[in-house]
Every structure is written in C-alpha cells, then in structure tokens.
Design a protein around this ligand. Structure first.
Ligand code: ADP
Ligand code: MG
Length: 729
C-alpha cells in the first residue's frame, strides 16, 4: 500500500530562509544575471564584433563565420566565470518538450588539458537525431540532423548542483533543410507576418516601418501536490493526471482559493522559481492562487514571440524541477483532477512595429484608429477563414478534457470584441454616412475618431477562446502543458495571409478611388463577410452550439476531429505560400500529433488497467471479504437481527467488484483491437477507434473505482485521495 503521509517541511527552516533573504541581491541585480545579454556582449567583444553580432540578433540574419570564434570565446569566458564546465545546444524537437545534449569545454593542447569552445561548436551541433519524432521526414539511413544557433535568443547559464552549463538556444533541422523542431517554423512565421504587415502598412502610407514583431505573454497555470502523494499515484507518474478519484466533500464550490492567501510552503516555492527565472532573464511578473484548490498561476511581461516561447519552455522546466526540492510536484497537465478546473495557458498575442507601436492598440487619433481597424479586420478574417487550424493548434489529448467543458472556452473558434468595439464594427459594416447615425457608428476611417474603448474592462468575457483585451488578443484555448510555438506559428501564419489579402485588395481599390475610400470599402466588405466569427455572448451556453452551427462555424469537439484535415490541400497551400511549412513538413506534424494522441491514450489505458487490477481490486476484495465475514458472523450470532442494510452494502460492493472486473476486461479487449488496426486514410481510423471505444471504456473502469472508493474503509484504500492531494500542502 502506498504511503499517503505528506512530506511535512520544516517551517522553522523556512523562517530562517526568510530572515536571510533580507540580505539578498536586489531584483534588478538578479535580473538577467545568468544571461549572455547585451551588457555582457558589449563588455567582452571588440566594438566592431559587438555591432555585427547585435545586427545579427536584431535582424535574425546569419552570423558572419569569421565572428563566430570571437563570440564563442567571449561566451566561454563569461560562462566559466560562472562555474560552467559544459555547453549545450538547447532545442525544441517535435516532442513538444525541450532537448539538450551537453559537451564539456575540455580539450587538449598536446597532453595539456585546456578549456576550449570554438565558433564551430557554437554555430552548429550534431545530436544523434534518429530518436526524435520526425513524422516520416527522416528515414533512419539519413538520420542525422543538426542544431544551429539562433542568435535572436540569448545564451544563458543553467546552474546544476556542482557546476553550471552554458545553454545555447538553437533550431533543429534535417540535413535536407527540413525543420525537425518547433522553433524553425516559428521563426519563419514571424518573418512571414513581418513581411506582410510591413507591406500592408506601406500600402496605408506608413512607409517608415521596416519590421513588425509579434509579441507574446503566456500566463501559465499549474497544480502543486505533495511529492509523496505523487509517488503513490501510478497514474500521475505515468500520465500526469489522475485516472480515478472520488469527488471530495469540498471542491472549488466555495470559490475561496482564487486570489486567496498563498501558503508559506507554496510561497517559498514561488520565490525560488522566480529568482531562478529572473536570473535567466524571464520577466516574471504575476503570481496568484487559481480557481481550483492546489492550482496556481504565473505570468510574465510580454516579449517578442520566439524569445517568449523559449522563456515559457524554461519556465515550465524550472517549475517542474524546483518543486521537487520543496517536497512538491508541479503538474502541468491540462486536467490532473476531474471535477475541478483544469489548467490552460492564456496566449496574449499582438504585433508591434520596429518603433514599438502596438498595431492592436486603437490609438488616439483618426490615423491610428484607421490602422487599428484594418488590423482588427485582418484578425477577424484570419480567425474566421482558418478556424480549423487554430483549433488544430490546441488539439491534444489533455486539452480534450478542457475545451467545451464549462471551465475553458468551447471548441468552437470565435472572437470576442466587447460591446463598444462591436458597435464600432457594426457601424462600419452598416456603412452609414457621417451624421446619420450617432457617434461611434458614423465613423469614417482616417477622418473621424474612434469613441474611447475601455482598456481594462471588468466585465471581461471569460468564455471566449479568442478575446480582444484592449490592445491585444488573448487566445485562451491553449493547454497548460503545450509549447506556445504551435499556436503562435498558426496565429502568425493565418494573420500573414490575411494581411496579404487586405493589402492586395486595398492596393487595387485605391488605384480607382483613392486610399481613404478604398480602406473604408474593403474594411466594410471584409467585416461583413467575416463578422459571423464575432460572438460576445456566453460561450459555455448550449444555445451557442446551436447558434454557431447556424452561422456555419466549425465545432471540432475533440483532437481526432481537429487533426483529421489539418494537412488538407488548402492548408498546405497556405503554409507553402507563407513559406512556413512545406507539404512534407505539415504532413509530418499532423502525423506526429495524431500519433501523440494514440500513444497518450494507450499509456493512460494501460495505467488504468494496472491500477484497477493490482491496487483497487485487491483492496476491494479485502473489503468485500470483511463485510461478508462480519455479516455471516452476525447472522449466526442472532438470526433475528435486521441485516438487510448490511446485505445491500455487500451487494453494492460485490456489484462494483464484478463490474470492475468486467470493465477491465472490456478495456483490455479494446486495446488489443486497437493494436491490430491499421490507420486508414489520413491515419485516422485507429485514432477514431481509440476516441470512440478506448476512452469510454476507461471511463467505465473509473466509475467502478470511484464508487468503491466512496464505500471502502479509508485504511484499505491504496491511493492518495482527492481530498488529500488537493488540500494538504
Ligand atoms: P489580465 O489578462 O490578467 O488582465 P494583463 O492584461 O496585465 O492581465 O496581461 C496578461 C498578459 O498579457 C501578460 O503576460 C502581459 O504581459 C501580456 N500582454 C500585455 N500586453 C501585451 C501585448 N501587447 N502583446 C502580448 N502580450 C501582452
Ligand atoms: Mg488572462
């Protein structure tokens, strides 16, 4: 039987730590102290080399190889001063996680050991790539891939227990140049968006703009549970979520956890994480308790997308690792516990020019207002036209438990604008000439001003998957354990396509009728065509499902539905036109996502079988035996006793024990059947079987386990319970 006692940490020791904290380095000294940042580069490189590297980092151009040795040497010296013995190319393969291979700086000059780091080693690495998923891109005979330094994301130090490692963010490609990671297409999508946004701004007369960046601020939700509970739950260990567990008497119904006082133990953990993240240059800003018991959130200040994605990956890593030394485990799964809220990752997204002008900021003069309305139109058109891709970008087995489950946005992709902006758009669609309609509705783009829009509205709609929040959009359907790369690749690409479409149309129309009229006309037509995607009501309501269907909006309820057409011809054309994915790259990603679904559910099903057969069943049989023995003892002691309620207790127990045995063998059969199946067209047949047969069969096992948990001797129950895991910290 598992040990259900929590690890109690020494509160006295915590106080000690707190006392010594007064002498700690200030936040500004800590911040970026483990990053080879601008300050470090400037101090350690000759000025010509520094300027050249700076240029490379800003523009994302290739590094001059003559510079590489100089930069590598400066980096090495900087790192060695911070205790580094190793360097590592850090990359993001299509596992959705990060990967790293470490090499020491050790080299020899004659027989003398020296510390060496060459430009070549900085620029390119050759990890054995054959064991990373490639979705068929790489057959084993051409298994090699290489990592290439991404100078737009700075190198940093990871501190181990005895020494440090210089970590170099890299992209990961096959030798044929195909992307094997999530970073390469993300960088390509940023480029595509910049190219198309600059072009549209030039058409609008903003010819001074040279580059446009996408920005990302990702709010990270997570659960913390005591490490000892985690170790006693094979489902958490294997799958990151509980596959069974009866509802506790108290869940989240009192709404007393959200923004509640943070316990000392959790606060000590948060402080520890934040200090490490600040050192790594991750601009962590906010921490608070979330809605579910045991659930928390961390949010950074937004940054350029590619760096923000790296930083979110680092954040997840730090959250996981740090928990262990506090006797905790950090669960990043989208749905660790049934019956309380799951975890998401709000993906706050916007675009900014090289002069730091936020293109989704409505601005304060008619010119800025017009620019904003054009950008907004492009967003709405993108979300409407490519809702399928946005949906596919958040399709994971974990997220299937969240989307559409009354705690997270529905699986229907729609955009929320809020009352005021909605009115402005409706006015533009109606096209009423100035003066005929009141205020906002009489807007002439480029001439009249937008009415003031609330920046920080308190009546924010929490039920929309894609909500305008004053000067950015918040994509709320992203799962907590996901890399933000996928969703942002899609956002940037569909936006780039939409910007191109608008630029083409406005340019054409302007030749005939002048810019101002052209903008007004194109905005009006495009808004009208795509306004069906705007929904300001309650996304959780059943009426919305009906209404969305009437509007013709797709409703892909699960991962398999969402992935089925991900690599269809239209999507291949889109990604090829925007130079983000080739056909093979897109198809390989769809294959990997589907395989990922199948593998995850298969692991869950196997864990479910194991726990039911080897932990729940033996305990339940003991309980059944006890009741049976006690019943027959009572009966023989006194035949006049009313034993009916005890008989039904035994009946209930026996019913669930037999039910569990039946459910387990049904699940086992489903797995065998799935194993023997082919993939069919789109590789979808087996995945659909798993969704329709294996997932419900697991649900059936769970039902019996949860019912048994509710009527068994607490001492006999072999697993930590929800009431313990969620509340004992
Ligand atoms: P909330 O949505 O909880 O009210 P905020 O509006 O302060 O919180 O921001 C949430 C997240 O959005 C933060 O990570 C913040 O840095 C980010 N954010 C703010 N402005 C932008 C922007 N222009 N682009 C991308 N993210 C942004
Ligand atoms: Mg938010």
């Amino acid at each position: 039987m598992g040990d259900r006692r929590p690890i109690v940490i020494d509160l006295e020791a915590c106080r000690e730590e707190g006392a010594s904290n007064t002498a700690r380095a200030s936040l500004t000294d800590l911040y970026r102290s483990d990053v080879f940042d601008d300050r470090a580069m400037r101090a350690r490189l000759p000025s010509a080399a520094y300027e050249s590297l700076r240029e490379t980092m800003n523009k994302g151009t290739a590094l001059d190889p003559r510079l590489a040795d100089l930069v590598a040497n400066a980096m090495k010296e900087w790192a060695v001063e911070r205790g580094a013995t190793h360097f590592s190319h850090w990359f993001q393969p299509m596992t959705g996680h990060t990967a790293e291979k470490h090499d020491s700086f050790l080299s020899f000059s004659g027989d003398q050991p020296i510390v060496e780091f060459s430009g070549k080693a900085l620029i390119k690495g050759e990890p054995d790539a054959s064991s990373f998923p490639s979705g068929g891109i790489r057959s084993t005979f051409e298994a090699r891939g290489y990592t290439a330094w991404d100078p737009t994301s700075p190198a940093y130090i990871r501190r181990g227990t005895r020494a440090s490692t210089l970590s170099i963010p890299t992209a990961f490609c096959s030798w044929t140049g195909e992307a094997l990671d999530t970073k390469t297409p993300l960088l390509r999508s940023c480029e595509a968006l910049s190219r198309e946004a600059v072009r549209l701004l030039h058409v609008l007369g903003r010819t001074e703009v040279r580059q446009v960046f996408t920005t990302l601020g990702s709010e990270q939700e997570y659960f913390l549970i005591d490490r000892r509970y985690f170790a006693a739950r094979p489902d958490l260990v294997a799958c990151g979520r509980t596959l069974m567990g009866a509802r506790p008497a108290k869940g989240q119904e009192l709404e007393d956890h959200y923004f509640g006082t943070i316990s000392n133990r959790v606060l000590a953990y948060m402080e520890d994480c934040e200090e490490q993240l600040w050192r790594l240059g991750v601009p962590v800003k906010t921490r608070h308790n979330e809605v579910a018991p045991g659930q928390f959130e961390l949010a950074p200040i937004f940054e350029r997308s590619a760096v923000a994605v790296d930083h979110n990956m680092l954040t997840m890593d730090v959250l996981r690792k740090t928990a262990l030394r506090h006797g905790l485990v950090c669960l990043l799964h989208e749905k660790p516990f049934a019956g309380v809220n799951g975890s998401g990752k709000h993906n706050n997204w916007s675009m900014a020019t090289d002069a730091d002008e936020n293109l989704l900021d409505p601005g304060s003069d008619p010119g800025q207002n017009a620019r904003f309305v054009v950008m907004l139109t492009a967003v709405l058109r993108a979300v409407d036209t490519h809702a399928d891709l946005l949906r596919a970008a958040v399709a994971t087995p974990g997220n299937d438990h969240r989307l559409g489950a009354n705690e997270a946005p529905p699986a229907i992709m729609s955009a929320y604008l809020g009352g005021e902006l909605d009115e402005v758009c409706r006015g533009l669609i109606a096209g009423a000439p100035a003066g005929e309609r009141k205020g906002a509705q009489a807007m002439r783009l480029g001439v009249t001003s937008l009415p003031p829009l609330p920046r920080d509205s308190t009546d924010r709609n929490r039920t929309s998957p894609f909500a305008f929040t004053g000067n950015k959009f918040e994509f709320r359907a992203v799962g907590s354990s996901q890399s933000c790369a996928g969703p942002n690749i899609v956002l940037n690409t569909i936006m780039a396509e939409s910007l191109r479409h608008l630029a083409n149309r406005i340019e054409d129309a302007a030749r005939k009728s002048g810019l101002e009229v052209a903008v007004q006309q194109v905005v009006q037509e495009e808004l009208k065509k795509h306004y069906r995607v705007v929904f300001n009501g309650n996304g959780y309501g059943a009426e919305w499902q009906v209404e969305a269907e009437k509007r013709g909006l797709p409703n892909m309820r699960n991962t398999v539905d969402a992935l089925e057409h991900m690599a269809c011809d239209a999507n291949v054309k889109l990604f090829e036109d925007m130079a983000v994915f080739t056909r093979r790259e897109l198809e390989s990603r769809a294959t990997i996502a589907l395989e990922n679904y199948e593998k995850h559910i298969a692991i869950e099903a196997q864990a479910c079988l194991d726990i039911a057969a080897t932990m729940v069943l033996p305990s339940a049989l003991q309980m059944q035996h006890r009741v049976a023995v006690s019943l027959s003892a009572a009966r023989s002691a006194d035949s006049t006793l009313d034993l009916a309620p005890q008989e039904s207790l035994l009946k209930g127990l026996a019913g669930h024990v037999s039910g569990l045995l039946r459910a387990n063998s049904a699940l086992e059969q489903m797995l065998v059947q799935a194993d023997g199946m082919g993939h069919g067209e789109h590789g979808i047949v087996r995945a659909a079987f798993i969704r329709d047969q294996v997932v419900p069969a697991m649900g059936c096992v769970r039902e019996h386990c949860d019912a048994l948990e509710a009527c068994m001797d607490d001492e006999l129950w072999p697993l930590p319970k929800y009431r313990e895991m969620l509340f004992v910290h």
